[in-house]
Design a protein around this ligand. Structure first.
Ligand code: WTA
Length: 649
């Protein structure tokens, strides 16, 4: 297969921090002598005590990953204090509200004061270094303050996306034993409110029953909606902030002290608490932010993610602020008030760098070009995507219509676990191919292997592994190092296995083909099919469930559920609706099933293992190629599944 190549744009090359020769030579250095390379680049952040040790990592045995381990620093100091002299009055955060008339700008000086005050509020309520603080917030500036205030005092934040249900929130509070929560009365998205405080109250109750007593809930007034209040536990954010001192010295943190936990889905079990630490993470997040987006001083940078996901951590808050950038935080959604919102905001705030997800691009593409064209978009210089494979049609639309062939697109592949971007073009260095994440970032050594772990060379398809550590890598699963080793390093011994399939073409370009495990990617949101299954079977009419992904025009993948009911129960529309509601309650609206098929039986091997391959094919309406079904215990169930499939073309 030969794909069209878009050569590096002249303007991009002229301005670029990294051209192709520099890329090749830095990449060579970074893999030949990582110690020397990272010794140099580790200095891009400020250290209270410089490191003398650089890389101490092993992917075998117990797996241990340490970077810059004897260095001492603070993330909040690096994102704020060190910029004050030069850019105290520069805007750090532009906030754009859900309502297009609602916005504000926060300078670095203001950011410093707000973060210090909040840090003091937390301290005076007993939050100490190493404590876990849960953040369940809408996209308001206080979410960024909360992250940075935790970092300032050495507390470990765990952000839970506002679209998760009270049950899901409670599970995460309990898992990391977190007794301090920061939330808001309500969130606001697309003109609709989200009852964050009410959800928190429910979650705190559930957590209490599971042995974790939440001591305080700090509540930001966002909408002013009426909410319950527990005296002695709940704290009014605005009042507390006003009473707090505007100075708070940054805690001295070792490079390997934890910075945050972020829960993410895997193929089995409950979501894992991915743990990122201080020094290496910040070096990697800031370095990738600078070079991948070709960030120059004074640029206005906008990443449309939510801080509830890793993209929001690394590329709304930590990377950009460590670089002294102006970062835009958007509270709303792409299609409110209408499908031109993104481009209106680009013009309004003169955005130069714009980073979003393929699902948003596909949805906006469907709304038509007029929404794009009504905005000038003259300020745009670099476009980015993340979260899922981008189909070439959407890529071309983004390139030709949104960017008018003037903006390189950086298709950035990475994961919650990797902390920062891993495979990506660099705007002034890399020729582009629609749908390819192209080449590895500095220090990243991808390898493709077959199912038996044999290393595959040249142009080929395989399972994507990374063979050596990079500073932004997760260090462990919070509280369960064994699970970390099992999940990532046991499939292919001595290698980090990403869970993604990938093709490498004759130019050495990487094309991520999607997950090869039981994780699905719905609108860029990562979900374990096992989580949805367990939500379904917790319904009292369900005896068994199997969940698979299927191709979905807008969302990338949709959620297809096969449900076997308890004896005597009948599947009908009412029950379907009830099951959807039930899953939303258990996990959250982001896990709403798209299709539910009632199945009298599921295809199983004689040893009782569900044959998902068959279920995937039927969900894709591609049952002509079911492959070998002779090992099934009851081959006849397949006929029923095909007969009653929900995606008949
Ligand atoms: C997928 C998001 C193709 C991939 C930063 C990965 C991508 C999972 C891309 C991680 C991309 C992310 N092209 N697929 N550019 N970026 N993915 O942890 O399957 O929410 O394993 O991190 O998203 O999702 P996560």
């Amino acid at each position: 297969m030969t794909e069209k190549t878009h050569k590096v744009l002249k303007a991009a090359r002229k301005r670029a921090l990294i051209d192709n020769d520099t890329y090749l030579s830095w990449y060579r250095q970074s893999t030949k002598n990582p110690e020397k390379f990272w010794n140099k680049h580790g200095k891009r952040i400020d250290w209270f005590k410089p490191y003398t040790k650089i890389k101490n990592t092993s992917f075998s045995g117990k797996v241990s990953i340490k970077w810059f381990e004897d260095g001492v620093t603070n993330v909040s100091y690096n994102c704020i204090d060190r910029h004050l002299k030069k850019r105290g009055s520069q805007v750090a955060i532009i906030w754009e509200g859900d309502n297009p008339y609602d916005d504000k700008k926060v300078t670095y000086n203001e950011l410093y004061e707000q973060v210090c005050r909040l840090a003091n509020v937390m301290k005076s309520n007993g939050v100490r270094k190493g404590d876990r603080v849960t953040i369940y917030m809408p996209m308001i500036v206080e979410a960024a303050y909360a992250m940075l205030a935790c970092a300032r005092i050495g507390a470990i934040h765990s952000i839970v996306f506002g679209g998760f249900s009270p049950d899901a929130l409670a599970g995460r509070i309990v898992d990391c034993d977190s007794s301090f929560i920061i939330t808001a009365d309500e969130g606001l998205r697309g003109g609709r409110t989200i009852p964050l405080k009410e959800n928190t109250d429910k979650a705190v109750e559930i957590a209490g029953k599971n042995g974790v007593a939440v001591k305080n809930v700090l509540v930001v007034r966002r909408t002013g909606g009426s909410v319950g209040w527990v005296e002695g536990r709940d704290i009014d954010y605005q009042k507390a902030i006003q009473a707090a001192k505007p100075e708070c010295p940054p805690a001295k943190m070792k490079a390997e002290d934890p910075l945050f936990i972020l829960y993410t889905s895997g193929s089995t079990g409950k979501p894992k608490g991915v743990l990122h630490t201080t020094g290496g993470y910040l070096v990697y997040a800031s370095m990738t932010h600078q070079y991948v987006f070709d960030y120059h001083d004074g640029d206005i940078y906008w990443c449309t993610a939510d801080v509830g996901w890793v993209t929001g951590h690394s590329y709304i808050v930590y990377g950009p602020l460590a670089n002294g950038a102006t970062t835009l935080m958007f509270e709303g959604v792409p299609n409110y008030p209408d499908a031109g919102r993104f481009w209106d905001v680009v013009d309004k705030h003169q955005v130069n760098i714009f980073y979003t997800a393929p699902t948003a691009i596909r949805a906006l593409m469907g709304a038509g070009d007029d929404f794009v064209k009504r905005a000038s978009r003259k300020s745009l210089r670099t476009l980015g995507t993340v979260g899922e494979p981008i189909n070439p049609e959407a890529w071309e639309w983004y390139y030709h219509v949104v960017g008018e062939e003037k903006c390189p697109i950086v298709d950035t592949w990475w994961q919650t676990e990797t902390g920062g971007i891993m495979i990506t073009p660099l705007p002034g260095a890399t020729d582009l191919k629609a749908g390819s994440a192209t080449r590895p970032f500095f220090g990243v050594q991808p390898q493709l292997v077959d199912g038996d772990g044999n290393v595959l060379d040249g142009a080929t398809d395989g399972n994507l592994c990374i063979v050596d550590s990079w500073p932004g890598q997760m260090r462990t699963v919070y509280g369960d190092h064994e699970r970390f080793v099992q999940t990532y390093f046991s499939t292919y011994k001595g290698k980090y296995f990403t869970g993604d399939g990938c093709r490498r073409d004759e130019d050495g370009y990487y094309w991520i083909t999607g997950r090869v495990d039981d994780v699905i990617n719905v609108s860029g949101h990562r979900m374990g099919t096992a989580e949805v299954e367990s939500a379904l079977v917790s319904h009292d009419k369900v005896s068994e469930a199997a969940v698979v992904g299927y191709p979905h025009d807008i969302k990338g993948q949709g959620i297809y559920c096969y449900v076997t009911l308890m004896a005597g129960e009948k599947g009908n529309e009412t029950l379907r609706k009830d099951l959807v509601k039930h899953v939303r309650q258990e996990i959250g609206p982001i896990a709403s099933p798209d299709k539910i098929q009632f199945a009298p039986g599921l295809p199983k091997t004689r040893s009782g293992k569900i044959m998902r391959r068959i279920l995937r094919k039927i969900a894709e309406d591609d049952f002509g190629s079911l492959g070998d079904t002779s090992t099934l215990a009851e081959p006849a169930v397949v006929d029923d599944l095909i007969e009653n499939r929900q995606n008949k073309q």
